[in-house]
Ligand binder design. Structure first.
Ligand code: DGL
Length: 263
């Protein structure tokens, strides 16, 4: 394995940064390419057929260009819909991001769990399957919140996001029957941990969990015998849409992405 071969992260926007961050903590010298389909954002409003076709088609030329050692689909929507098609299309290891229902079930005392994702993610049979396998004795209440995705993008673009706005975007989850008993919420969209602080302030007493740290451990495990450069290097960020503005460039730099490119 060429030590310079990067890890390639993919999301519709900035959500995948919440998977990149714990990965960087474990593998600080890993070369990074972060690929955001900002022209296709938001994925939560797209159809299954569209996502299953779009994601592998976008990834193939980027894989060809950067020769990553591994691809991380750092997006629950794309993973729950297109993981199989992406794996079939690419000849390298692909790690997906799926709702952290298993850890939530291990944490919950009330046996009532909330799953907060995009509209597309929460309706996936993949989620039914995770709930049946890992939380069969739990009531699993789901809510798709496009507003919360937008708030996370806004926060990274330097817009002030209030706790009230976050509370309003999530409140429908807690309006469902038995929802007052929810003691753990799965952040089943990679954008949502970007609002961790606001979510904790809005819903104190409810534990939050997401897949990021587990995926980082999985990436470290899969690459355990591979070599890395001896120094960290500036990460590359590629956007399919318009060039990011100043505040977003600043946010990307905080995640180690200093070389920002647009088509
Ligand atoms: N970050 C993505 C996810 O994990 C998608 C958000 C969107 O584009 O709607 O689901």
């Amino acid at each position: 394995m060429d030590p310079a071969a990067p890890l390639l992260f993919f999301d519709s926007g900035v959500g995948g940064l919440t998977v990149l961050q714990p990965t960087r903590a474990l593998l600080p010298n890993a070369p990074i390419v972060y690929f955001a389909d900002s022209a296709g954002f938001p994925y939560g409003a797209r159809s299954e057929a569209d996502i299953a076709k779009r994601v592998p088609a976008l990834l193939a030329p980027v894989v060809e260009r950067f020769h990553p050692r591994l691809v991380v689909i750092a997006c629950n929507t794309a993973s729950t819909i297109a993981l199989t098609t992406v794996r079939a299309a690419l000849d390298l290891p692909v790690v997906g991001t799926v709702p952290a229902i298993k850890p939530a079930s291990e944490m919950s005392k009330s046996r009532v769990i909330g799953v907060l994702g995009t509209q597309a993610t929460v309706r996936q049979p993949y989620v039914d399957d995770l709930a049946a396998r890992f939380a069969a004795d739990c009531t699993v209440i789901r809510h798709g919140s496009p507003e919360l995705v937008e708030l996370a993008e806004a926060k990274l673009a330097g817009v002030a996001v209030s706790v009230e706005a976050v509370r309003a975007a999530v409140q429908p989850l807690f309006d469902a029957e038995r929802a007052r008993e929810i003691d753990v919420v799965v952040l089943a969209c990679t954008h949502f941990p970007l609002l961790d602080e606001e979510l904790r302030a809005a819903f104190p007493g409810v534990a939050l969990t997401d897949g990021g740290p587990g995926i980082a451990r999985r990436i470290a495990f899969l690459t355990r015998d591979q070599s890395w450069p001896s120094e960290p290097s500036p990460g590359i960020a590629l956007f399919t849409g318009a060039a990011p503005g100043g505040p977003l460039l600043h946010s990307l730099a905080r995640f180690g992405l200093e070389d920002v490119r647009t088509p």
